[in-house]
Structures are given as C-alpha cells and as structure tokens.
Design a protein around this ligand. Sequence first.
Ligand SMILES: Nc1nc2c(ncn2[C@@H]2O[C@H](COP(=O)(O)OP(=O)(O)OP(=O)(O)O)[C@@H](O)[C@H]2O)c(=O)[nH]1
Ligand SMILES: [Mg+2]
Length: 298
Amino acid sequence: MKAGFIAVVGRPNVGKSTLINKLVAEKVAIVSDKAGTTRDNIKGILNFGENQYIFIDTPGIHKPKHLLGEHMTNSAIKILRDVDVIVFLLDGTQGISTGDKFVMEKVMGAKATPRILVVNKIDKMSDEELVLKRKEIKEKLGEFDGIIEISGQYALGLHKLLNILEPFLEEGIKFYPDDMYTDMPMYRVITEAVREKILQRTREEIPHSVAIEIINVKKRPNGKDKFDINIYVERDSQKGIIIGKNGAMLKEIGTEARKDIQTLIGKEIYLQLWVKVKDDWRKKKPFLKEMGYHIDKD
Ligand SMILES: Nc1nc2c(ncn2[C@@H]2O[C@H](COP(=O)(O)OP(=O)(O)OP(=O)(O)O)[C@@H](O)[C@H]2O)c(=O)[nH]1
Ligand SMILES: [Mg+2]
C-alpha cells in the first residue's frame, strides 16, 4: 500500500483538468477551450490497485495581470514544495514557449521535488513530431526524472503515467477513504458548474470576468432545494451578453448547469441565476476574498 501527492502543473490550456478528470473517472474540474479556466487547486483522488494517487489540479501558471491572476499562479507555485512529485504537462502540439520556460523556472524553484515531464495531446501528433519533441524538451527545458507522452482526452498512456509515478509514492499509508474522489465542497461543485457553462458559451474577456456566488439556499424537505446564484461580471455590456436576447442565454446556462449539478450531487435542484456588475472586481482584494480567492502569498 502506497500513497502520494502529485501536483499537475503547466501553462494555461495544456489539458491539466481534462487529464485529472480522466484519471479519476469523475468530473472533478471544469474544462474549457479558454486559457485560465481553473482558478484554484483541486484534488482528484485515484485508488488504483493497492495505491492511492492524490492528483492536484492547479491553475495554469502565467505572468499575472491582476490580483485574480496572482492568486491563480501563486496557488500553483505554492503547492510545488508540498507534494511528492510534480507532473509538468506540455501541450505537445505547440512549440515550447517562453510560457513553458516560465513554468520550468517555478518547477526548478521546488528544488528537491522530483519532476516528470508529460507531453499531452499526442492524439494530434505524428510519430516524427514525438521524436522531435523529446529533442526540443532536452534542449529547451533540461533533464527530468521521467518523460512520457499521453493524451488525457483520449486516455492514451495513462497506465504508463501511473507506473512512472508509483516509485514516488510513500509506503504504508492512505490519506483518504476509498470512496472519496475529490476534496471539493458541494457549494464549489455548484458554482464551478455555472462558471463552466458560461466559459463554454462566451469569448474574449467574458470568461475571465465572471465570478459565481451562492447567495441563498432554500431547503425544501418535500421538494427540490432552491439555489439563488449571483453571476458577477465587470461591465454592463457583459451583463447583456450573459443574459442574451429575451434571457435566452441565461436560461441555457441555467439548464445546462442544473443538469451537471444534479448528476454530480445525485438529486434534483432548482437554480435561479442573477447577473450583477462589479466594476474591475479582479483587481479588488476584498471582493476576491469574499469569492474565496486568497491572494496572500503564504
Ligand atoms: N486534442 C486534445 N485536446 C485536449 C487534450 N486534453 C485537453 N484538451 C483540450 O484542451 C483544452 C484545455 O483543456 P483543460 O483541461 O481545460 O486545460 P487546463 O490545462 O486545465 O487549462 P487551465 O485550467 O486554463 O490552465 C480543452 O479544449 C480540452 O478539450 C488531449 O489530450 N487532446
Ligand atoms: Mg484547468
């Protein structure tokens, strides 16, 4: 019996959350094609054979432009020192960028922690590209304790990944009960589901400008519990887009989010969504704190 903590880090959009959902075979983290989807560390726990793998999904590491970005990048960097092994995920379909080198700097900052380089999205790569990628990694990033190629989305190479991580787990312990696959509280399952539906339907600044808060819960013993939820945006124009023509967009977001939440929590609920404007909230510390985003470094 072995167990260990594994931080999955990389620049935004490389597929960290998709990989963790696939590994634990549950929807732990929300996913979208927009960079900057994940805003907090989330654990995805996998019991495989006798072993317990505790994966930590992290926000994409980037150079922040506001306090929310600072919280996101700091969350990812801070966890590096506290894990047994680091998985540094690359998008194999793209060249190694200054963004990846920035991640590497942070990974190297956690000196003693072993690091595995994982090339993702190989479903879109040829064999020749894979060989060239190994060369590029060596030249631009340096040496690792292991390198492997996978596709998180198509579950290719995941057993190999578990095998390569196994030696870094600690002997003789288990940290979580067998039926627990995440540490996410129910309220976050709900707010993240709403945020995902907005991210999947909007573009440009909007995905980055939304924050979600449950403002009221009405428990109804003989009916569905009712959740009132605020969607905060930064501008009036964004509010209009999220509400949509005759409220069509907001309705769609609510319907889709409700379906996901019901599956995740195993019971029917009623969702009421409200859209509110909070100017430049991503730069305002008290509001960020209220939303559960902590920007203090330690
Ligand atoms: N082709 C392909 N696409 C993938 C794969 N894994 C993830 N994607 C896509 O990549 C995009 C980003 O995926 P996420 O899992 O949200 O990426 P992330 O690294 O968690 O992103 P942030 O939370 O923004 O840092 C989505 O559109 C995924 O569908 C893969 O193995 N192959
Ligand atoms: Mg993510």
